[in-house]
Design a protein around this ligand. Structure first.
Ligand SMILES: NC(=O)c1ccc[n+]([C@@H]2O[C@H](COP(=O)([O-])OP(=O)(O)OC[C@H]3O[C@@H](n4cnc5c(N)ncnc54)[C@H](O)[C@@H]3O)[C@@H](O)[C@H]2O)c1
Ligand SMILES: [Zn+2]
Length: 356
């Protein structure tokens, strides 16, 4: 399937899905792609299930985490695909968090000018965000996600039972992205999150499954309406990400997880929303009270390095130094050219929270 074809992704959400390949694996030659930690926890069961279903399947492990998203890792994967005789009718199965689905999806996008792939996200972040929507890619030395392709998976199959082995820290990162989605796109989902916040913080399975069902379906709906990010709809998903990315970069990509940076970025964006988008103080304070319960590590890059990272981000993203702000829950607005003073103040207060 080429990336300029109509958007055809399907979504499945259930417990135990990865062990039922008949529901999601195309009947063709397959390459199961994962990374060492996920492989150790879940990989061999998945491969055994595929083989039991009579499917011909090779396997390849990418490095864990962001190191999967490099040219060299993707190039080694594609060489393996060639050696295993994967042709244009073959398909990639990406079993892992966002780093695996981004990198393996990208390999599928460019291998022989594009072959099919199936997304099997294993993190909460992957199941509510990264594994859905067809953005695939890798990082360059200058920054994250600077090379890639829109190449939607044939199917995204979210097995919520896989989330039970996630560390609380990784779980919370996914929760942050789900909150982001609810705040900008889905007031009903926000109401669910508020009501079930304690269960969600405890990663309680029933609440988690409902969250995944609703957030994943919502993201798929949105990306189907704007598959190549040309209509501006997907821009709203960057709520909390302008300052979030800058914090992540200034902290030196690693110590502050993406989801944690997004928590701080959203708290800063709430402040900016009050000042520049008319968000009511009561609503802002209420959301902030929820976000405050998502732990972030105690570290604090200097305000100047965060501002420098913000400017770098602006340059590498072709001048998109814009902020997604909230007028109210479910009503985002994009603002550019905010006064530097205001941005600096929002950064300073989010840094105080990181130090607190
Ligand atoms: N394509 C998109 O639309 C999109 C959207 C958001 C984020 N992303 C990308 O996603 C990446 C982050 O994704 P992530 O947070 O899933 O990261 P990740 O893939 O690095 O996984 C985080 C950690 O969780 C571990 N893990 C994964 N599944 C597990 C399981 N079931 N049990 C126990 N441990 C498990 C991994 O080994 C890793 O240590 C970033 O590179 C980001 O740029 C992409
Ligand atoms: Zn994000």
């Amino acid at each position: 399937m080429m990336s300029n074809m109509p958007y055809l992704s399907r979504l499945l959400v259930d417990r135990g899905l990865v062990l039922k390949p008949r529901l999601w694996a195309p009947r063709t030659r397959l390459m199961l792609v994962s990374e060492p930690r996920v492989w150790k926890l879940h990989g061999s069961r998945v491969l055994a299930g595929l083989r039991r279903a009579g499917l011909e399947c090779g396997m390849h492990l990418l490095p864990r985490g962001e190191r999967a998203k490099t040219w060299s890792a993707v190039s080694r994967l594609m060489s393996r695909m060639l050696r295993q005789g994967l042709g244009r009718d073959g398909a990639v199965l990406a079993l892992g968090g966002g780093s695996v689905t981004d990198a393996a999806g990208f390999a599928a996008a460019i291998y022989m000018r594009g072959i099919n792939w199936v997304s099997l996200p294993t993190t909460l972040l992957g199941q509510v965000d990264a594994g859905i929507g067809g953005k695939t890619g890798i990082d360059l030395a200058q920054g994250k996600n600077l090379a890639g392709a829109f190449h939607p998976p044939l199917i995204t199959a979210c097995d919520t039972a896989l989330l039970e082995t996630l560390s609380p820290r990784d779980f919370n990162c996914g929760l942050a992205e789900a909150v982001k989605f609810a705040l900008v796109c889905d007031p009903g989902l926000w109401a669910f999150i508020r009501k079930n916040w304690t269960q969600l913080l405890l990663a309680q399975p029933a609440a988690t499954e409902t969250l995944v069902r609703r957030a994943a379906a919502g993201k798929l709906r949105l990306t189907t309406r704007d598959p190549q990010e040309t209509k501006g709809l997907r821009d709203f998903l960057n709520f909390g990400h302008t300052i979030g990315h800058a914090l992540e970069l200034a902290a030196g990509l690693g110590p502050l997880r993406h989801g944690e940076a997004v928590v701080c970025g959203m708290r800063a964006a709430l402040r900016l929303s009050q000042a520049h988008a008319g968000l009511a103080a009561g609503a802002s304070d209420e959301i902030d009270a929820f976000l405050r319960l998502l732990p972030v590590p105690r570290l604090a890059p200097r305000p100047n390095s965060v501002l420098a990272a913000l400017n770098l981000d602006k340059k590498t993203r072709a001048g998109r130094g814009r902020f997604v702000l909230l007028r109210s829950i479910g009503r985002p607005v994009i603002k550019s050219g905010l006064p530097q003073r205001s941005v600096r103040r929002a950064i300073q207060s989010s840094l105080q929270e990181l130090r607190a």
